[in-house]
Design a protein around this ligand. Structure first.
Ligand code: C2E
Ligand code: CA
Ligand code: CA
Ligand code: CA
Length: 278
C-alpha cells in the first residue's frame, strides 16, 4: 500500500496544475461568453395539480460553449459564484427571463409566473432591489409575475435577509424558498420572513412512492405551508404515482420531468399552446 501511496502522490501535483489551468481557461471562456451572449435559458413548467394548468415556468440557464457544447449550470455556476461572474450572469438571466415573459404576454399567452434563481452573491449585492426594479422597467414586465427563488442558506443572517426580502417584496414580486427541506431554516423565522412559497426539494419527492419517511416529510412540509399561508411546489416529479400522492397531500403545484424537461422558449410555447388549446 506504500506503493499505491507513492503513485497517488506523484500524480497529485501535475493534476493540480491541470485543474488550475482548466479553471483559468474556463474563467476566460466565461468572460467571453458573457460578451458574446453564449448563454440561453431553458424553461420548465409548474403545474397546478387541481386544474392541471400551467401556472408558471422556471428559467434555468445553459451555456452553449463553442468547443464543449451545451453545458448544464452545474458545470459553471459554482465557478461563477466563486469568481463573482455570477453577478453579471445573474443580471443577464434576470433580464432575459423578464424579456421572455413580456414577449409571451405580447404574443397572447395567458400570463404565467416566471421563476428566476438567485445566488447567494446576488442576494448579498448592494442595490439588488434597485437593479431588479430597473430590469422590470426596461423590459416592461409586470412585477407580480416575477418569482425570485432563494435558498434556505441565504436566510441564515436573519436580520440581513429580512431587510433584503422586504426591499424585494416592495417591488411587488413573489419570493420562494428553493430546495426546501435540505437546509436548516428556523421555523420561527420562516413565519416572519416575507415569503410566498416553499419548493419541496426533489430528493423528498423522488422516493415519495417508496420511502415512508420521505412521504412523512412531504406531508409535514405541505401541512406547515398551509398553516403559514404559503404556496407549495413539489420539485422533481417524474411519475403519475408521485402526482397522486402529492394530490392526496393537497400539494398545490408540481414541476418535473413527468410534465416536461426544461426546454427552449419556442418549444415551451408550442408545448403550452398545444396542452391548453390556446
Ligand atoms: P434548481 O433550482 O433546483 O432547478 C431544478 C433542477 O432540477 C434543474 O436542473 C432541472 O433540470 C432539474 N429537474 C427538473 N425536474 C426534474 C426531475 O423530474 N428529475 C430530475 N432528476 N431533475 C429534475 P438544472 O437545469 O441542471 O439546474 C441545476 C441547478 O443549477 C438549479 O437547481 C439551480 O440551483 C442552478 N441554476 C440553474 N439556473 C440558474 C440561474 O440562472 N442562476 C443560478 N444562480 N442558479 C441556477
Ligand atoms: Ca430553483
Ligand atoms: Ca430546486
Ligand atoms: Ca438546487
Amino acid at each position: 500500500s506504500a506503493k499505491v501511496h507513492r503513485n497517488e502522490f506523484s500524480s497529485y501535483l501535475p493534476e493540480m496544475n491541470v485543474k488550475a489551468h482548466d479553471r483559468l481557461r474556463m474563467e476566460s471562456d466565461l468572460r467571453k461568453a458573457l460578451e458574446q451572449e453564449q448563454f440561453t435559458l431553458a424553461y420548465q413548467p409548474l403545474i397546478n395539480l387541481d386544474s392541471g394548468k400551467v401556472v408558471g415556468v422556471e428559467a434555468l440557464v445553459r451555456w452553449h460553449h463553442p468547443q464543449r457544447g451545451l453545458l448544464p449550470p452545474g458545470d459553471f455556476i459554482p465557478l461563477t459564484e466563486e469568481n463573482g461572474l455570477i453577478l453579471p450572469l445573474g443580471e443577464w438571466v434576470l433580464r432575459a427571463a423578464c424579456k421572455q415573459n413580456k414577449a409571451w404576454q405580447d404574443a397572447g399567452l395567458p400570463p404565467i409566473m416566471m421563476s428566476v434563481n438567485l445566488s447567494m452573491r446576488q442576494f448579498r449585492q448592494h442595490g439588488l432591489a434597485e437593479r431588479i426594479q430597473s430590469i422590470l422597467e426596461q423590459t416592461g414586465m409586470n412585477p407580480r409575475y416575477l418569482d425570485l427563488e432563494i435558498t434556505e442558506s441565504m436566510t441564515s443572517d436573519v436580520e440581513f435577509a429580512t431587510e433584503m426580502l422586504t426591499s424585494l417584496k416592495e417591488l411587488g414580486v413573489q419570493i420562494s424558498i428553493d430546495d426546501f427541506g435540505t437546509g436548516y431554516s428556523s421555523l420561527v423565522y420562516l413565519k416572519k420572513f416575507p415569503i410566498d412559497k416553499l419548493k419541496i426539494d426533489r430528493s423528498f419527492v423522488n422516493d415519495l412512492d417508496k420511502n415512508g419517511s420521505d412521504a412523512a416529510i412531504v406531508t409535514t412540509i405541505t401541512a406547515m405551508a398551509k398553516h403559514l399561508n404559503l404556496k407549495v411546489t413539489a420539485e422533481g416529479v417524474e411519475n403519475d404515482e408521485q402526482v397522486r400522492l402529492l394530490r392526496e397531500r393537497q400539494c398545490e403545484e408540481a414541476q418535473g420531468f413527468f410534465f416536461t424537461k426544461p426546454i427552449p422558449a419556442n418549444l415551451f410555447e408550442n408545448w403550452y399552446r398545444h396542452r391548453e388549446q390556446i
